[in-house]
Design a protein around this ligand. Structure first.
Ligand SMILES: Cc1cc2nc3c(=O)[nH]c(=O)nc-3n(C[C@H](O)[C@H](O)[C@H](O)COP(=O)(O)OP(=O)(O)OC[C@H]3O[C@@H](n4cnc5c(N)ncnc54)[C@H](O)[C@@H]3O)c2cc1C
Length: 257
């Protein structure tokens, strides 16, 4: 086996979720690698045209957003996750702008549309290419950072090694203390089935070993380095990161963040 390349964080997948995790981890000071199955540009995130929701309208609030999600889910959603999503979404929008995403504006504010299940207008867009614009900006941030990228390098093996993990990604062997599974769901499901996730995604301290959902890794890396954000984080007494959708992570837009 080839000599293993060493990193603090290995991110699997180059969709919005993986790229945002990688940008946040790199900015928190970690040595980061991104390994992805095909080209770096290849992901579902880039295909998302509709937009991204956040309670930014004057008549809106994270609580109203959460109620809408709850009703739309026929009262089946995990409200812990919904609260994180809705309370941190506005900060995520600002962070994405800082990374370089230019959301469409009109009359001095965001252009927001109303979408299915929403009682308020809260869908932000970048023209009709929102996912493309978000992934392009994140990719640019990664490509101009110290992070190393391994395109055409699908994860095929992942095993505990020392205090972390050894992964085979295409022809590369990578060792990292933390692995972020952001491959669109399948990797996470497999790790879960194999019992490698340990505790709950909402309780990072219970998760051993460190195969993590995207939002968890930067909580760990950022702990103690920056102030916390979001009601859920305050309750949990830990730093948290806003999320978009079920798996997308971005850090708070704090100075120097
Ligand atoms: C046509 C379309 C339109 C959509 N419109 C919207 C919308 O308007 N608004 C919205 O919020 N959501 C929308 N969605 C859903 C949204 O795109 C997804 O929820 C989101 O992109 C998921 O992001 P992700 O980073 O988790 O996964 P993805 O973007 O799918 O990224 C997964 C990454 O993992 C890589 N990968 C997979 N397996 C491996 C492996 N074994 N090893 C290494 N890498 C691997 C893939 O190549 C890819 O780079 C839409 C989806 C589609 C398909």
């Amino acid at each position: 086996m080839a000599a293993a390349l060493q990193f603090d964080v290995l991110v699997i997948g180059s969709g919005a979720s993986g790229l945002a995790s990688a940008v946040a981890a790199e900015r928190a000071g970690a040595r980061v690698a991104v390994a992805t199955k095909a080209a770096l540009q290849s992901c579902n995130s880039a295909k998302a045209q509709g937009g991204i929701q956040a309670a930014v309208g004057e008549d809106d609030s994270p609580e109203t957003h959460a109620e809408d999600v709850w009703r739309s889910s026929h009262e089946t959603a995990d409200m812990g996750l919904v609260e994180i999503l809705t309370s941190e979404a506005p900060a995520t929008i600002r962070w994405l702008e800082e990374v370089g995403v230019e959301f469409t504006r009109e009359n001095g504010g965001y252009r927001i549309a109303r979408c299915g299940g929403a009682t308020r207008k809260r869908l932000l867009q970048v023209g009709d290419r929102t996912g493309h614009a978000i992934t392009k900006a994140l990719r640019k941030a990664i490509e101009s950072s110290t992070a190393q990228t391994f395109p055409h390098s699908p994860l095929t093996e992942l095993e505990p090694a020392g205090t972390g993990w050894r992964a085979r990604c295409g022809e590369h062997v990578v060792e990292a203390g933390t692995v972020v599974l952001a491959a669109g769901g399948r990797c996470f499901r497999e790790a879960e089935e194999r019992g490698e996730l340990g505790g709950s995604p909402q309780d990072p301290d219970s998760m051993q070993p460190q195969v993590l959902l995207p939002r968890i890794v930067v909580e760990r890396l950022g702990r103690g380095q920056r102030s916390m954000g979001g009601a859920a984080s305050r309750r949990a007494g830990r730093r948290s990161e806003p999320v978009r959708g079920s798996s997308v992570l971005c850090p708070s837009p704090e100075p120097g963040g």
